[in-house]
Design a protein around this ligand. Structure first.
Ligand code: GSH
Length: 243
């Protein structure tokens, strides 16, 4: 049986790519990443062969092609029911699907005003008023979940589909220096910070341009991930000053 392949685009800008990748990691799927640039016409033709929707992420596993992030999540949940992508309790599962669906189909003001850009940091960024309602709704969702299920993830002690769906929002809030209530800020730190950054003082911030390469890594269990690998190969948080 050949290894699963996840087709993704930019690791810096691709919020859907990040969600799909996190879901595969959470499901402990053994997969390879295939990277495509979605702007170039020749790679668009190639992408059409890989993903019927032209969009990424797209997962190929066991001869099956699945595209669209929520479809990938549901498929992974079916093949890895023990991975906990969805909560075990039916009411919690329904809640998880509802807020994941809300992210999937909504928050367009936030998406256009604050596009994901992991490498950037804009202290004091003025958030367009149109995006404020989205931010308020998202932090209300988080506050309800963290209060109801006890955190540190949205549905309790383990990350699930909902955390993958909102992870790129955490990166946006940090990139654009969005002021958050303490609970939401803590949730962003849980999602963004690697264990090393959270347990001690983060390494000093160096210029992002000095970072030659960057990666998504989930090898720091349980799931927290670092985005940046420095030239010396040691991962640090994208936002070390805030981790
Ligand atoms: N609803 C889709 C959205 C996927 C999406 O918009 N992906 C972006 C990149 S992260 C894309 O493939 N854009 C390609 C293009 O617009 O050509 C999903 O859930 O997967």
């Amino acid at each position: 049986m050949s290894k699963a392949v996840l087709t993704i685009a930019s690791k810096n800008y691709g919020s859907w790519s990040l969600r799909g990748w996190l879901l595969c990691k959470m499901a402990k799927l053994d997969f390879e990443e295939q990277h495509v640039g979605t702007d170039d016409p020749s790679t668009r033709a190639e992408l059409l062969l890989l993903s019927p929707s032209f969009l990424v992420p797209c997962l190929i596993n066991d001869g099956l092609k699945v595209w669209d992030t929520l479809a990938i999540a549901e498929y992974l949940h079916e093949i890895r029911p023990g991975a906990g992508l969805l909560p075990a309790d039916q009411a919690e599962r329904a809640h998880c699907r509802a807020i994941s669906g809300e992210m999937h189909s909504g928050f367009s003001n936030l998406r256009s005003a604050l596009p994901m850009n992991l490498k950037a940091h804009f202290p004091g960024f003025k958030t367009w008023a149109g995006a404020r309602a989205d931010i308020e709704r998202i932090t209300a969702i988080w506050t309800e979940c963290l209060g109801k299920y006890g955190g540190p993830y949205l549905f309790g002690g383990k990350p699930c589909l909902a955390d993958a769906m909102y992870a790129p929002v955490c990166t946006r809030f940090l990139t654009y220096d969005v002021a958050l209530d303490p609970l939401s800020a803590q949730y962003c730190r849980t999602i963004m910070g690697c264990r090393r950054c959270r347990n001690g003082l983060p390494p000093p911030r160096s210029s992002p341009t000095s970072w030659k390469s960057w990666t998504w890594s989930s090898d720091r269990l349980p799931w927290n991930f670092c985005f940046i690998a420095r030239p010396d190969g040691k991962p640090v948080s994208t936002f070390p000053g805030r981790a």
